[in-house]
Design a protein around this ligand. Structure first.
Ligand code: SF4
Length: 187
């Protein structure tokens, strides 16, 4: 019983620390259970139809990722998730990359905090194809920023819109006055 209480207290403390970090980036953090994360092959298909500019051009986007069945099974490895939510007024297409870079940086920082606190499974993911290089390194060569580059949850088959709506974050497609950028942190 004492052990369970300690574990819960530890998680509450972690949530406080992560929320503080998220706030530094103007973001909110929403805890979620791993079983709440919807994964579907159809999400992966949406990378192809209509075709995303990163499809096949980025080494951490489809089709250069494991099959969705593998991702679904791999999620069972984790015990806790957090949705990182970055809301901002609607911007033009050319400004989206800058916001996604902020999100990537924030998620990376939160992953690092978890890892240094002993959560060795910590893994941060952020929406959008990788923008760390002007063009991605060819598949036969190593990634140029392996510790910073992260696949998007959607590329892995996670229905982020559905997940956000389940958590009362009402994403609208197409976006109207507000845009919402999402990251996923798994422990
Ligand atoms: S860091 Fe560069 S090489 Fe690595 S996935 Fe991103 S764009 Fe590609």
């Amino acid at each position: 019983m004492l052990q369970v209480w300690r574990k819960q207290e530890e998680r509450r403390n972690l949530f406080r620390i992560l929320s503080t970090k998220a706030k530094e980036y103007g973001m909110d953090l929403v805890p979620l259970k791993i079983k709440e994360i919807p994964v579907h092959e159809g999400v992966r298909l949406k990378c192809l139809v209509p075709q995303c500019e990163y499809y096949g051009a980025c080494r951490i986007c489809p089709p250069n990722l494991p099959p969705v069945t593998e991702i679904r099974a791999a999620l069972k490895y984790f015990s806790q998730g957090y949705l990182a939510v970055l809301k901002c007024p609607a911007v033009k297409r050319e400004e989206v990359d800058k916001i996604e870079m902020v999100l990537l940086e924030a998620v990376g920082q939160m992953e690092k905090i978890c890892w240094t606190m002993g959560y060795y499974r910590a893994m941060g993911l952020a929406v959008g194809g990788c923008k760390l290089c002007t063009s991605c390194a060819p598949l036969g060569e190593p990634c140029r920023h392996p510790y910073r580059a992260r696949p998007s949850p959607e590329g892995l088959g996670v229905d982020l819109t559905l997940l956000a709506r389940k958590k009362n974050i009402l994403i609208k497609w197409p976006p109207e006055k507000e845009m919402i950028f999402l990251g996923l942190l798994l422990l």
